[in-house]
Ligand binder design. Structure first.
Ligand code: GLC
Length: 581
């Protein structure tokens, strides 16, 4: 595993010091393109839409979204064309990390509704042809979990060893230098038993000890509970973190400091330990025991394609179906060569597995801001959507991405809700900015709620940037997403065709073909990554394309319907998607 591995949002914590430091910074699968359309499991071509329930739709009038709110919006999601929704955690939780601190894995937090509401959601989603994927947090629990309450009670409690307890190096000195992702030591002293417990995240999120088989059993039982109910699978939270090295040595100190002012550490002893793959194989076996192609999606921030391949189970194909690929979506600048390289790696070095591309989620500033230049943001957002939806990939979308919601960080420390932002303020403002309520319309609370105040404020942009306004405008980002999603579903080359890079030395324009094997027709995708017009002369004969014209499938920036392949004129940040043969 690579030592420079850094989860992108965790790397986000390091952005402030990036300039100072070189370190800051199914069994039935076959080769791409050979799968019969109907033989492929659903997830292979899925568009998975991440719902952050707190921020999606409030029906209780308390300024916090809920399950019934999600039910109300299923029609919208079906119309958009998504195949599955991933719900960030809705289990009972003290909400110290907004649900990623779970106190009961087999229930629903009353804040979001009841189990009966959840059951209705499953039925209603099915009626809308949408699958429901749960977030499963296996690396840690809440400190309010009965498991941890038992564990901390005494050194001899039967659940003591469910968590990671160690003696300190001396009075007040933690067992080693391991750090919490949220800043500070990863160890907290517990006076009841005079030992320290390990927590990769908050002290309120003690890490589980996966070397104890009882932990696997309890967690797998929780998975069964939801699979029995009919959920389509899991998004596995912080999954590379479930094992730590049993030697408990200090981690190597790297150059530079993170946003919390602490030294950067090489995280080889606390992330991506090989033992995790044994657990993934067992979990896959469990999921495969259920009908209907249940899916395992991993929160895998990896920087190397070989590591990515390992999470699928390598040649055995027996681990995750969709470990997230954060390498494409988090390039974070419109660099044609970098996109060409990363997309091509996913196409050619994953042994035919389907990559799951991700540009947006609840832990990172929105792609609108990460890629936008402040002047051409709308055009750049269309480019991001086009890369996501026209490459050969399964895709993850994050609520609000489709309407161009902007990151809206809190203005003062008093307004910060995310514990990481509280700790990192003012250098790192946390993740509230990408978690603001969904903007449905121009009315009160953007149609999200009727409450006097919402849990995070509604961004100022909501009057123009919302579903209702954008639905009515043919040229809106929302309609751009809808067109792309429909094309991807209806055009076989975009559905499963190979991804072939063309015009590969162009530093400014990213171009590729999507083509089914043996076909002479294809779809050409071209995107101008610069603020200057560019003209491209394509030579596509070797790909079996003999005609010299392309017919546009999407209209962007007034480009003509038919273009001469020897002279494709792309306005600044323009996108061309057209049929060639
Ligand atoms: C994952 C989640 C993030 C959470 C962390 C701890 O990275 O996406 O939101 O804070 O795990 O559970």
């Amino acid at each position: 595993m690579t030592c420079e591995f850094r989860p992108a949002w965790r790397a986000g914590l390091l952005v402030a010091v990036a300039l100072l430091s070189p370190f800051a910074a199914c069994g039935q699968m076959r080769q791409a393109g050979r799968i019969e359309r109907n033989a492929a499991p659903w997830w292979r071509h899925a568009i998975v839409y991440e719902v952050y329930p707190r921020s999606f739709q409030d029906t209780m009038g308390n300024g916090i979204g809920d399950i019934n709110g999600i039910i109300e919006r299923l029609g919208y999601l079906q119309n958009l064309g998504v195949n599955a929704i991933w719900l960030t955690p809705i289990y009972p939780s003290p909400q110290k990390d907004f649900g990623y601190d779970i106190s009961n894995y087999e229930a629903i937090d009353p804040m979001y509704g009841t189990m009966a509401d959840f059951d209705r959601l499953l039925v209603a989603a099915k009626a809308h042809r949408i699958r429901v994927i749960m977030d499963m947090v296996m690396a840690h629990t809440s400190d309010q979990s009965p498991w941890f309450k038992d564990s901390r009670r005494s050194r001899t409690n039967p659940r003591r060893d469910w968590y990671i307890w160690r003696d300190g190096k001396g009075p007040g000195i933690p067992p080693n230098n391991w750090q919490s992702v949220f800043g500070g030591s990863a160890w907290t002293f517990d006076p009841t038993t005079n030992q320290w417990y390990y927590h990769k995240f908050l002290a309120a999120q003690p890490s589980l000890n996966w070397r104890n088989p009882a932990v696997e059993k309890a967690m797998f039982d929780a998975c069964r509970f939801w699979l029995d109910k009919g959920v389509a699978g899991f998004r596995l939270d912080a999954i590379p973190d479930i094992f730590v090295d049993p030697g408990f040595k200090d981690e190597q100190v790297l150059h530079g400091r993170n946003a919390f002012g602490e030294p950067n550490l090489n995280q080889n002893l606390t992330e991506n330990l090989p033992e995790v793959h044994t657990v993934m194989r067992a979990l896959r076996k469990l999921a495969d025991g259920y009908p209907g192609d249940r899916v395992l999606i991993g929160e895998t921030y990896l920087s190397d394609i070989k590591d990515q391949l390992a999470w699928y189970g390598g040649a055995e194909h027996d681990e995750l179906q969709l470990p997230m690929d954060m390498q494409v979506g988090f390039i974070n600048k419109l660099d044609a060569a970098a996109f060409r390289e990363k997309i091509n790696q996913a196409e050619t070095q994953l042994d035919g597995y389907m990559p799951l591309f991700v540009f947006d989620n609840h832990d990172n500033p929105r792609s609108w801001n990460r890629y936008g230049d402040g002047k051409h943001d709308a055009a750049i957002a269309r480019i991001v959507a086009t890369i996501l939806l026209t490459t050969r990939s399964a895709d993850l979308m994050y609520y609000g991405q489709e309407i161009g919601m902007v990151t809206t960080p809190p203005r003062t420390l008093a307004l910060v809700r995310d514990p990481a932002g509280v700790r990192g303020w003012p250098k790192y403002k946390g993740r509230d900015g990408e978690r603001t309520p969904m903007q449905w319309n121009s009315e009160k609370d953007a149609g999200f709620s009727t409450a006097a105040t919402t849990w995070l404020p509604i961004p100022a942009s909501y009057k123009e940037v919302n579903v209702q306004v954008e639905s009515a405008h043919q040229d809106s980002l929302l309609n751009w997403y809808k067109h792309l999603i429909a094309m991807r579903r209806d055009i076989p080359a975009l559905y499963e065709g190979r991804n072939i890079m063309v015009d590969i030395s162009d530093p400014d324009v990213l171009s590729y073909l999507r083509q089914q094997p043996g076909q002479t027709s294809a779809v050409l995708v071209a995107m101008n990554f610069t603020d200057q017009p560019h003209t491209v002369a394509y030579q596509l004969q070797k790909d079996g394309i003999t005609s010299s014209v392309a017919t546009a499938l999407l209209e962007d920036q007034g480009m003509s319907k038919t273009v001469d392949l020897h002279h494709v004129m792309l306005p600044p940040f323009a996108v061309f998607v057209g049929r060639v043969q």
